[in-house]
Every structure is written in structure tokens, then in C-alpha cells.
Design a protein around this ligand. Sequence first.
Ligand SMILES: Nc1ncnc2c1ncn2[C@@H]1O[C@H](COP(=O)(O)OP(=O)(O)O)[C@@H](O)[C@H]1O
Ligand SMILES: [Mg+2]
Length: 494
Amino acid sequence: MSKTTKIELPAPHAAQRQVLDEAKRFNVLACGRRWGKSTLGVDRIVRPTLEGFPTAWFSPTYKMLLEAWREIQEVLAPIITSRNNAEYRLECRGGGSITMFSLDGDVSDTVRGRAFKAVVVDEAAVVKQLRSVWENAVRPTLADHRGEAWFLSTPRGLNDFKAFWDRGQDPERDDWASWQMPTSTNPHIAADEIEAARQDMTEAAFNQEFLAQFVNWEGAVFRKVLEAATAERKDGPEAGHEYAIGADWGRSNDYTVFTVVDVTARAMVDMDRSNRVDYVVQRGRLQALYDRWHPSKIIAETNSIGEPIIEELQRAGLPVQPFNTTNASKAGIIEALALAFEQGSIAILNDPVLLGELQAFAAEQLPGGMLRYAAPGGQHDDCVMSLALSWSFIRHELPYGLTTYLSGLQDEIDAARLKATAERLAFGPGLRKINPEGEKRPTGACPNCEGTIIQLVVSGKRCATCGTQFDEPGAVILADIPGNTRATMGRRGA
Ligand SMILES: Nc1ncnc2c1ncn2[C@@H]1O[C@H](COP(=O)(O)OP(=O)(O)O)[C@@H](O)[C@H]1O
Ligand SMILES: [Mg+2]
């Protein structure tokens, strides 16, 4: 007896369709954020699974794996016959299976001896040592079934993912294909959201994150520095203006720099730079600056002088806010400052030492993709750091900053996404896949029960309270699964 089972997958949008049409055995997709990479990846993996084959999904981190694990279960719910929570494996009707792995540890042992018909490597540019992971662990699993591979990612500088993408452009490599797709080619993402992101990012970050370009992050960080050197040194505060001071303390062979910015005018108004003075003298100079400017905040680097000294300053009545410098926290304030220069929203003093430091200041990309910002080879960056600390009072965080994405804050992003997925799962019976965007934007009141109508990706509009359906569901894969033989399938509405 044959039984029909439905699995709902969104109909591919035009750009996804193009990719599917042009696909080869090994496929490298460089896309902007929220283009629909993971959605496409799920589509690619579900098909061979329905045909009875073993398939695999690789995520760069364990947290990303958990999210994908939940999402795939939502999609496949009707055909899952057993689930192995320890190994992240789903067995499906018809004999197919999906096994999921995270690539933050060594996977070569766990995948040895396995054979897959299709594999997806999601956010592949985030995978450390992608090339060796591919060659030593993933590629061998595709030999038995002549399996296919999908590398899906937003670019991250010029790393292994870029090298894979290049293979797809090389006419000599017949079995590789690659594409570059900006976020704007996903019709389900509002254009004004992309524009809003552009306002809050440096051009290079936007080019990478939304245009899917391979940006070379190495080299100069601050642009239009000379154009910004228009501010005048002032002697004291202007009525009605607010001020902030950034404090970068010198160590044995560098300088202590205090920078005063006029928060209201977005301009630097004073800078105090001194070398080889002991802490008591430095504290006296800071106190003098405080007495002159009465800033709302003094943002002071703590690593070099330590908490007790910060506490002492606070006890003396100075509004000191400690700043702990890490690679990530430094990158955050530097990128905010770089954006200010790029947008022409900051004016600085025409000070030769400051200008020289700003122009020399450079980024270096670490193997994991993170950026390290510093003055090149033995030069100083005290003026830059002090200015960045003071500016952090004005622009403390870039909502779409590259660093936010690259740094430890990735954990927060992952947690938020996990929470959203959990909420979606808990939403109610019969509601399997809800567009998170739609969830945020209710589309009206239900005429039956006055509940909220929400937009669902695959199931159209539906009342969140009584479940009444208001328009046509999206595409559906129909899988006819006779007994335990292979499923056949068709697509509707594509
Ligand atoms: N073909 C499609 N039809 C409907 N919605 C889609 C489609 N592809 C992607 N989306 C939606 O676009 C958003 C981003 O998709 P996602 O796959 O998470 O992107 P990425 O992995 O590139 O960040 C999600 O809300 C997703 O549901
Ligand atoms: Mg994704």
C-alpha cells in the first residue's frame, strides 16, 4: 500500500532557481546575509534523503549545528522514523538519513568510513582550515555514491572559502561551480532593511556582508583622515555642549594620551600626550583635564593600569568608565571610528602625530577570520586608541559591525537565533515553519476570532490564535513512499 506524505519546502526564489539550474557536483555559493543559503541547503539535502540516501550537514560551530538540527527536524517531521540525539542523525522513511556535524572540533574520526550522497557545509567561510577539513574528512565521504557538495557562506575576507569559490570560476575545473549573490536578490528581504544596514557599516563591511564580495581586510583602516582634520583646539567647554574623554595609558616605552571630544559638535577639541611620566603625574594631568572640561564620561583603558587605579579615580569623583581591551573590543571601537571618518561625521585636530598614527594604522586578518588592528611594526597607536575610546562614548556599538559578527558576540547572535527557533517550535500545533520576519510583522486581525494573522514562509497567512488559513501555501514536495522502497517526489508551485 502506498501512502502519500507531504513535506513543505519554500519554492526557490529566482536567484536560488538560477543556482539550482547551474549546479555542478561541487558548488560554492558566496551570498549576502539572509540571502537564503540555509534554506537552499535544506532543499538540497532533503531531496537525496527522500530518495533513500544518507546525507550530511556540516555547521562551523556547535551552536549553529543545534539550530540547523531543529530546523531540519521541523521540515522532515512527517517522514522521520527515528532520531539519534547523541549523533544528530535522523532516519527517514524510504531508508534515507541525515547526519549533522559541527566543525569546531576534529571531525575526521567521526566521519571516517561514512558515505554520503550529498553534503552541505553551511557558513563555510567561518570554518577554520576549510581546505584541510574538506580534503581529509568530507571529500572522502562522497566517493561511494559520487555525492555532491554545497559550500554556502557569506564571504569572510580572502580565506579558504575564497579559494574554493575561485575553483568554481575556473573553466578547467568542470565539476566545480560558484556564484556571488547579494542579499538584495532574496525577494523576501525588504530593500529598506538592507539600506538601513548600509548606513551603519563601513563600505567594506557592507560589500562583504550584503554584496557578498571578497574584501581584502589587510591594510589601511582609516579613510579620508586629512579631510577630517578641521577641528580647532579649544581652551574650555562651550555652554550647552557635552564632552567625553578617552584615556589610553602608556606602558614603559609608549605614550599616555587623553583625548577630549565635544560630543555635541562631534569634534575633537583637546589632546594631552605625555611620555615616561609616572602614574601620579598622569593622574594629575587627567584631573586637570577633568576640571577644565567637566566631561560626562572618561572612558579609560584598564588593562595597562589595573582595576584598583580605576577605582581610586572613581573614588576621587571622576566619572571613569573602564574599558577592557581585547582583540574584539578593540576592533569594535576602531570600526566605529573608521565609520565616522568614512561618513565624514567626525572632526579631528590637525595634529601631525595623530594624523600619522591614523594613516599608518592597519588591519591584519588572523587565520580564523578575525581582524587584528594595530600600528604596523613597532609604531605607536596611543593617539588612535585614545581617540577611539573617546569616540566610543558617541558611537558605542555598530549594530551591523563586522566585529559584532566575527567576535565573541557571535555567541549572543547564536543564542538569539536558538531562542527564536525554540519560540517557533513552541508556537502551536500544525505550525511547522514560521518566517521569523513575518512573526515580527503581524499582517492584521483575524475576522473569525480577532487573533493576529501572521505571515508564514511555507504555509501562507494564518491566524496565530485559531489557525484559520487565509491564502495559498507555498511549494510542497509530495513524496510517495510505497512501503520501504525509495520515495518519488514532485514539486508544486515552484
Ligand atoms: N525561497 C524562499 N522562499 C521564502 N522565503 C525564503 C526563501 N529563501 C529564503 N527565505 C527566507 O529568507 C530569510 C533568510 O533565509 P536563510 O536561509 O536563513 O538565509 P541565510 O542562510 O542566507 O542567512 C529567512 O526568513 C527565510 O525563511
Ligand atoms: Mg544561514
